[in-house]
Design a binder for this molecule. Structure first.
Ligand code: HEM
Length: 415
């Protein structure tokens, strides 16, 4: 359907052509009416400066009790974005509730603990790179063929790391990934959304029961201990909500970051050459990928608690607002006329917003950076001739406008 400049923009649930659509959205203004699946009216904030201000605005809340259409019963059951909007966790909490829930996790996820994970991340990476080579092997000819790097490398690394941090035994990790994929997908049918939510609650219930019976040095055990000490600090629903948030936030995002970085380097070999020549390091690659192709796209939701002016637009109170990190990353007002170019030596004066900004700033940023830099350095060291196995424009999109990546990343490890 044509995107007439006065008509609300329909966010494509398949996530196709996100950057082209974002360019049109930014041109229309900093806050643009959009229509979500289920004909739900929302607004997207797309430009860097306005987004940064919006993320710290005192009249903007995250708790869904401010969502007028939801409160009035106008949101259909099984709406694909319900879980993300209503899960009882820090991501839907404001003020003291937010501080309480976030504090319980930051006590465990300390900078020291994250740095302490480095040897384990390196060990997992080495093991997975070996498995990647095995998966690429054509048993009949004995030669190396095509392998999906997303499935065999970009996914299992963050999934194993967050699984270990949360105390999720490895037999449940694959199931948790499948369910969290369904929850972040924006093309899932209402029946499947409801079934995925029930199944997710069941699996997390098993995780909680196992850690209650056999506590360990993990986040679930720490949350259970905090609850046992003082029941007011964490309800049962908040415990499960926090685990759900940590599972999704802790791996879907890093999975996209590693996938998007490998894709960008394969399609921009001159940028990889700059890294090899020492003109940029893997940290530069990670930061530029976060800006250029943000793993999180339209993040749901924030709600103005009064009619709120954003640029020349006014967002009515109670409207669900999506913040568009992919759109802000390529805003020419912030990054100049070549904002859409992947340039690992850019080192912009304006820091990307792809880990958020303000009180809800990503709790896992340091861990994500550790995982991605370790993974990319080791991958290109072990397979220096790694190349995409299909033309870039044929790569299927991951069906979501919340996440931003491809569904698969078929590569050849050797020429
Ligand atoms: C919040 C991005 C990895 C845990 C956020 C937000 C963004 C983000 C944009 C703010 C959402 C908003 O309210 O607008 C990313 C990216 C990652 C990543 C791009 C990887 C490349 C991780 C990891 C973890 C994690 C590895 C866990 C270990 C969280 C949590 C929040 C959050 C718990 C909610 C914080 C709050 O509401 O106070 N992340 N994240 N993230 N992230 Fe991450």
């Amino acid at each position: 359907m044509p995107d007439r400049s006065d008509a609300p923009h329909r966010l494509d649930p398949t996530g196709a052509d996100q950057h082209a659509a974002n360019e049109r959205l930014r041109a229309r203004g900093p806050a643009v009416p959009v229509v979500l699946p289920g004909e739900v009216a929302a607004v997207a904030v797309t430009r860097y400066e306005e987004l940064k201000e919006f993320l710290t605005h005192p009249d903007v809340a995250k708790n869904a009790r401010h969502f007028t259409a939801l409160r009035e019963g106008a949101i259909p059951p099984g709406w694909p974005l319900t879980t993300i909007a209503t899960v009882e966790s820090m991501t839907t909490a404001d003020g003291n509730d937010h501080r309480r829930l976030r504090g319980l996790v930051t006590q465990v996820l300390t900078p020291r603990r994250i740095e302490g994970l480095r040897p384990r991340v390196e060990e997992l990476t080495t093991r997975l790179l070996h498995a990647l080579g095995e998966a690429a092997l054509d048993r009949e000819t004995g030669t190396s063929g095509v392998v999906d790097l997303r499935e065999h490398f970009a996914l299992p690394l963050p999934m194993a790391v967050i699984g270990e941090l949360l105390g999720v035994d490895s037999d449940l990790q694959e199931q948790l990934h499948q369910l969290s994929d369904l929850i972040v997908s924006t093309t899932t049918t209402p029946e499947r959304v409801l079934a995925a939510n029930r199944a997710m609650a069941d699996v997390l219930g098993i995780v909680v029961a196992r850690r209650r019976a056999a506590p360990g040095d993990d986040l679930t055990s720490a949350l259970l201990a905090a609850q046992a000490e003082d029941g007011d600090r964490l309800t049962d629903r908040e415990l499960v909500g926090t685990l759900l948030l940590m599972v999704i936030a802790g791996h879907e995002t890093t999975l996209n970051l590693i996938t998007n970085a490998v894709r960008a380097l394969c399609t921009h070999p001159e940028q990889l050459a700059l890294v090899r020549a020492g003109k940029a390091d893997w940290g530069d690659v990670v930061e530029e990928t976060l800006r250029y192709d943000s793993p999180v796209s339209f993040f749901p939701f924030r709600y103005p608690t009064c009619d709120l002016a954003v640029g020349d637009a006014v967002i009515p109170r109670g409207t669900p607002v999506l913040v568009s990190y992919t759109a802000a990353g390529r805003d020419e007002r912030a990054y100049g006329p070549d904002a859409s170019r992947f340039d690992v030596t850019r080192r912009p004066t304006v820091r990307h917003l792809s880990f958020g900004h303000g009180p809800h700033y990503c709790l896992g940023a340091a861990l994500a950076r550790l995982e991605a830099t370790t993974a990319l350095a080791a991958l290109f060291d072990r397979y220096p001739d790694l190349a995409l196995a299909v033309p870039d424009h044929d790569l299927p999109r991951h069906p979501s406008f919340v996440g931003n990546s491809t569904e698969t990343l078929p590569v050849r490890l050797h020429p």
